[in-house]
Design a protein around this ligand. Structure first.
Ligand code: ATR
Length: 293
């Protein structure tokens, strides 16, 4: 058990709800491992209280914060500064204390990129299929373009939402590489090559574990890799369909791991060793009852 004393630095998570968060496992494990006098606690923030929460946290000398649903965009107007990628994405999940107030970052997308790199997945120069056009997919589209993908085909049930998201990303990043499509039109994608697909819809999320946004095997035969942002369940129907068609499949738990690792690195101005990140990952899996190696 760690000692809490007058020197203890406090970090935390603000959101609503916060009860099911894995972030305390990430940060408290890292602090314990490093012998750092830091604790991480969840803070429930009720609707309409985000401004007071940020000001109060700053006044209380809170060292760093994560921000979760529903405040990732709303928090931006209360920051002193914002990282360029987070500003473009329009969503912030990590606040770093500065002289003037908090600076916002989007370590969700930095974490997704690091998770992909750690699995040997390349983005630079690739053509990507992005399933979904909601908030999560929008952030992924920004990240993919900023990391140098050649094309992002946004496949969504509601074509208008895909069109709106694609035109927004294209406009802000001054590109035309994001292409909206109806989800059932995957047969019209350029053939003769295999794609990386990123699954960013909410379909398949616990408890609806038998659902996948596309069921047709012909779609999965077009993929070399499927990356599902969902991590509960740890083996989604989408992942099973990717694997059944011969591709490699990943869930979103490493993205969650690395968004936390990067936040911890920003707060403490350090680099976390990969072996320590993997110790944290094992703890997260244990906390979720996941048994894979
Ligand atoms: P998030 O913030 O997690 O991205 P969201 O903004 O509500 O959540 O977006 C959910 C995404 O999942 C959308 O792309 C949605 O498609 P629509 O834009 O057509 O609504 C997609 N989605 C949710 N349920 C779906 C379903 N049953 N079939 C296909 N797509 C679905």
């Amino acid at each position: 058990m760690r000692q809490i004393d007058g020197y203890t630095k406090t970090c935390g998570l603000i959101g609503n709800p916060v009860e099911h968060t894995m972030s305390p496992v990430i940060h408290n494990t890292l602090a314990e491992k490093e012998g750092r006098n830091l604790v991480y606690v969840p803070f429930y923030v009720g609707r309409g209280h985000i401004k007071a929460a940020i000001e109060g946290a700053y006044a209380l000398n809170i060292y760093g914060l994560n921000v979760t649903v529903p405040y990732k965009s709303e928090v931006i107007e209360h920051l002193a500064e914002i990282d360029e990628m987070a500003e473009k994405i329009g969503a912030v999940n990590t606040l770093v204390r500065t002289q003037k107030g908090y600076k916002g970052y989007n370590t969700d997308m930095m974490g997704l990129y690091r998770a992909m790199c750690s699995e040997g997945i390349r983005l630079e120069g690739e053509d990507i299929i992005l399933l979904g056009a909601g908030g999560a997919a929008r952030a992924v589209a920004f990240m993919c373009v900023l990391r140098g993908v050649k094309k992002v085909y946004v496949l969504n049930r509601t074509l208008d939402k895909a069109k709106q998201m694609a035109s927004e990303v294209n406009r802000i990043l001054e590109t035309d590489c994001v292409k909206p499509m109806r989800i059932e039109d995957y047969g019209k994608l350029p053939g003769g090559k295999k794609y990386l697909a990123i699954q960013a819809t909410s379909v398949g999320l616990y408890p609806n574990i038998e659902d996948a946004v596309i069921e047709d095997r012909a779609f999965y035969e077009m993929l070399h890799t499927g990356f599902d942002l969902i991590y509960k369940p740890a083996k989604t129907k989408f992942m099973s369909l990717v694997k059944a068609a011969g591709g490699q499949a990943f869930h979103g738990l490493k993205m969650l791991l690395y968004q936390g690792i990067i936040a911890y690195e920003l707060w403490n101005a350090i680099s976390v060793k990969e072996e320590d990140a993997l110790i944290v990952y094992e703890k997260m899996k244990a906390a979720m009852g996941i048994e894979e190696s």
